[in-house]
Design a protein around this ligand. Structure first.
Ligand SMILES: Cc1ncc(C[n+]2csc(CCOP(=O)(O)OP(=O)(O)O)c2C)c(N)n1
Ligand SMILES: [Mg+2]
Length: 892
């Protein structure tokens, strides 16, 4: 490692080094750490000027950041807190062991909480402030795999019954159970943040902390000292999202943010960095990103040894070991530690000469020492000007002994034998006898015991219980009819894209009396692509420091205006980060009691495809708001080619149960969907959110043809019936998004050239139609004695004669999934395959979704039904200029 402190460089005399160290000590004593730091800084500069090549290092030695003399007094009753923690340890273990006795392999984790118990308990007893009427409260992201500990604590607090603990991981049992991990969807009164997909919570926490500042800077919430705490695993930091946004946190000086990384040096399979030091690696990454880094490596028992070590030998030795060695050392006997750790140098051995093997074995790590952890947390919450990360060393499976302490298998340990249970019981002083203990009963001391009294008093002092989720907003009141009405009227022949239409609505929403302030436009560096630059000046781009420079385009109308009260979150090129902001803004109704309405507009291909797991977390969190997939449609986005042209996202939205996905064609459809969405989410409090694809193809927006609102929202409505309803040859054409225009052109061709009268339907949401269909089927299956219900699609088409043809800018499977509720077979056209850099017309020819192919598909269906001759079909292929031997877009 490059953090080693060399104590004998190039034969230099010990004495000389000793003199330097002593003079530094004396400066420290007489003038304090700031002066000492200044001297060292000057020395470093002096050395550099004189040609001394000092290697770069962002590391500090492998020692605690806070020296014992700067440690605050521990304010709690340490012994009582230890007993409470032991009870939580026991119950957390009991939940997992019991659950797996009832149902083999139901899973659950013991070792994560076992290693992190002190990190959490110090937080619960002294730091995590609850949300109250007066104070917004701290926001805590709990490490997903530590959930048994959180449940066990809530059990002692009297918030979760023994019955629920019994049903850990068996949520469907009568009376309910507990979800494996933090899921607000499943436990909406308890969990606030889903954290178990590793890497999501660190990024979400950063954007949450930043959003808290945004709310303050915009005057939407009072300025407070509330903190965001995120508890992570050291293995978790390998996920790119974990460290992916740490520079934003320091750039924004988020001193309201504290990361606690539980460095037990292990992940699931084995060591995180067997051959290196994860703590030093993380330290340099975070220090390099200008975070305040606090290392909590060694427990108080080490302090006197460090004190005896005037030569800095111990810290040097500590920097030498790789994590694989440490993993073994911390669970070895005292004799082993003496021989293998201190034995490397007789002077080190001398340091521990007076200590017994037993006391060597009992040397604790920093993350298991409440005093050290308290000192770190206190320093973190008091630190100003940058976020803090605490790197706390612990042992994975702490206290499990032979059952897994520090072992590579410990992550998966779910069962303990009788001896192991007894040992754990004794080690943590649980008042259960040998016989009772092997039944692993839950144990809660009586309500009037000092443990329960203390635990309750501590939480009362901190405002109540954590975690706890509650919806804290009042619903919106207005109906916003006026706001959206103008968009029902069409564009009067003016050609606009649905994106432009949406931006027009956004502009108007921003001015609205009720929702204007609540709208949060979020964009990852594509505002110009979507024609949103006009909002830069009017709404302003949020910047915590305002605008320190005169923008280069200040003389133009639409200059790049950054402002402290700016409303737009211009996130730069990070869809993940933007989603972090979307989640923070879309869940503020619960976190802050503020109905912020996020509109996150982005390049649609880089949404579901790239950050689907964040979207899944947003869904779990009951996030509200609108995601707008811009430049959408595989053939509608011309030129950009394979990576950009999106024919997927409407499909990828299908699995997210509470997302409503729409592919509207016209401005009035978008207006209807957004107005209804605001009502559902912010007035009626429904836990849904929206995905709306918008396109960049300009065309005239028609006025709304009568009252079709219900059809728009339910997924389809007849947009333009056939002119001649009495014709012999009939067809129904289904179009979506920009492809609806192709269906309308096909309607004309069919009528004028082939005498086919076709109705054209706008299908705004295949997902809504599909959900309605499967729900209807299900209801009928479960209620055979009652009058069968009819799917909406079936109802729509009950009096719709002729062949059926659907075309969209997405995969063919989208229309196919609803075809079984149609009266006849459906021909589906869609854009399966890789995109191409081309113009729209060529792309629609290539993917076979233009008006010619819709015409051909219709004629083909009529031919199959025996309604027209082959010759008509053959001629049509020729007349329409279709190359029958063209490459198949699906495979080419
Ligand atoms: C994205 C993702 N990948 C994989 C997993 C499966 N998984 C669960 S815990 C774990 C190891 C955790 O190690 P670490 O982050 O060090 O936490 P510890 O339990 O050691 O505190 C893994 C791989 C997951 N939950 N999420
Ligand atoms: Mg770990």
């Amino acid at each position: 490692m490059d953090n080693e402190i060399s104590t004998q460089p190039h034969g230099m005399e010990d004495v000389e080094i000793q003199e330097w160290l002593e003079s530094l000590d004396s400066v420290l004593e007489s003038s304090g750490p700031e002066v000492a730091a200044e001297i060292l800084e000057r020395l470093r500069a002096h050395a550099t000027v004189n040609g001394i090549d000092l290697p770069f290092t962002a590391n500090t030695p492998y020692a605690n950041t806070i020296p014992p003399r700067l440690e605050p007094l521990f304010p709690g009753d340490q012994e009582l807190e230890r007993r409470i923690k032991s009870l939580i340890r026991w119950n957390a273990l009991a939940m997992v062991v019991r659950a797996n006795r009832v149902e083999h392999n139901i899973g659950g984790h013991i070792s994560t909480y076992a290693s992190a118990a002190t990190l959490y308990e110090v937080g619960f007893n002294h730091f995590f402030r609850a949300r109250t009427e007066e104070f917004e409260g701290d926001t805590v992201y709990f490490q997903g795999h530590a959930s048994p500990g959180m449940y066990a604590r809530a059990f002692l607090e009297g918030r979760i019954s023994a019955q629920k603990l019994e049903n850990f991981r068996r949520e469907l049992k009568p009376g309910g159970g507990l979800s494996s991990y933090p899921h607000p969807w499943l436990m909406p009164d308890f969990w606030e943040f889903p954290t178990v997909s590793m890497g999501l919570s660190p990024l979400m926490a950063i954007y949450q902390a930043r959003f808290n500042r945004y709310l303050e800077d915009r005057g939407l919430k009072p300025v407070t000292d509330a903190k965001v705490w995120a508890f992570l695993g050291d293995g978790e930091t390998d996920e790119p999202e974990s460290l992916g946004a740490i520079t934003l946190a320091s750039r924004e000086k988020l001193d309201n943010l504290v990361f606690v990384i539980n460095c037990n040096l292990q992940r699931l399979d084995g060591p995180v960095r067997g051959n290196g030091q994860i703590i030093q690696e993380l330290e340099s990454a975070f220090r390099g990103a200008r975070w305040n880094v606090i290392k909590v490596l060694w427990g108080s028992e080490w302090d006197p040894i460090f004190e005896r070590d005037t030569e800095g030998l111990l810290v040097k030795r500590m920097g030498e070991l790789v994590d694989g060695e440490y993993q073994k050392l911390v669970v070895s006997s005292g004799a082993y530690v003496r021989e293998h750790f201190f034995g490397s140098d007789p002077r080190l051995l001398k340091l521990v000469e007076p200590m017994s093997d037993e006391s060597l074995r009992r040397l604790r790590l920093g993350g298991h020492d409440p005093r050290k952890v308290y000192a770190a947390y206190k320093a973190a919450v008091e630190h100003k000007g940058s976020p803090t990360v605490i790197l706390a060393r612990t042992i994975k499976g702490y206290g499990l002994g032979e059952a897994g302490e520090g072992k590579n298998v410990t992550h998966q340990q779910k069962k303990l034998n009788e001896d192991e249970l007894r040992e754990f019981r004794s080690r943590f002083g649980i008042p259960l006898n040998d016989e009772d203990c092997i039944e692993v009963p839950f144990y809660r001391p009586p309500e009037d015991s000092i443990e329960i009294q203390y635990l309750r008093a501590r939480r009362e002092a901190l405002g109540g219980y954590v975690p706890k989720r509650s919806v804290r907003t009042k619903p919106l009141a207005a109906d916003h009819d006026e706001l959206f009405k103008e968009f029902h009227e069409g564009s009067d022949g003016r050609e606009v894209s649905t994106t432009m239409a949406f931006v027009g609505m956004l502009r108007k929403m921003l001015k609205d009396e009720e929702i204007g302030k609540l709208v949060v436009p979020i964009v990852p560096d594509e505002a110009r692509t979507f024609g949103m630059e006009s909002l830069f000046r009017t709404a302003g781009i949020y910047s915590s420091v305002g605008q320190k420079y005169e923008p280069v385009d200040v003389n133009t109308l639409l200059y790049y205006k950054e402002a402290k009260d700016g409303q737009i979150l211009e996130e730069g090129i990070t869809e993940a980060g933007s989603m972090g902001s979307f989640i923070a803004a879309g869940s503020a109704y619960a976190t802050h009691g503020i109905n912020t309405i996020p509109f996150f507009i982005y390049y649609s291909m880089f949404g579901f495809q790239r950050i689907a797991d964040f979207i899944w977390a947003a869904a779990d969190m009951r996030t509200r708001g609108f995601m707008l997939g811009g430049t959408s449609g595989r053939t509608t986005l011309s030129g950009e080619g394979l990576q950009h042209q999106d024919g997927n996202s409407q499909i990828l939205a299908l699995p997210v149960p509470n997302i409503k996905a729409y592919d509207p064609a016209f401005a009035y459809e978008i207006a209807v969907i957004i107005q209804d969405g605001i009502r559902r989410m912010y007035k009626d409090g429904e836990n849904v959110f929206y995905y709306i694809t918008v396109m960049n193809e300009p065309y005239a927006m028609p006025p709304m043809p009568g009252d079709v609102k219900d059809g728009i929202l339910r997924g389809m409505y007849r947009f333009r019936p056939a002119a001649n309803g009495k014709a012999k040859l009939r067809a129904q054409l289904f179009g979506s998004g920009a492809i609806l225009n192709e269906a309308l052109r096909a309607q004309e061709i069919l009528e004028t050239k082939y005498g086919v009268a076709a109705d054209v339907w706008s299908v705004t949401s295949y997902k809504e139609l599909y959900n309605d269909g499967i729900e209807t089927e299900r209801w009928n299956r479960l209620h055979p004695g009652e009058k069968p219900r009819v799917p909406y699609v079936t109802k729509c088409l009950s009096d719709a004669p002729g062949v059926l043809v659907a075309a969209s800018d997405y995969l063919k499977t989208l229309p196919n999934m609803i075809s079984k509720w149609m009266p006849r077979r459906l021909a589906s056209l869609g854009t399966d395959g890789f995109g191409r850099s081309e113009g729209r017309a060529s792309l629609r020819d290539f993917f076979e979704v233009d008006s010619r192919f819709i015409t051909l598909a219709t004629l083909h269906e009529l031919f199959v039904e025996g309604k027209i001759e082959r010759s008509v079909l053959d001629k049509a292929i020729k007349d329409l200029g279709i190359n029958a031997d063209k490459p198949n877009p699906v495979t080419s």
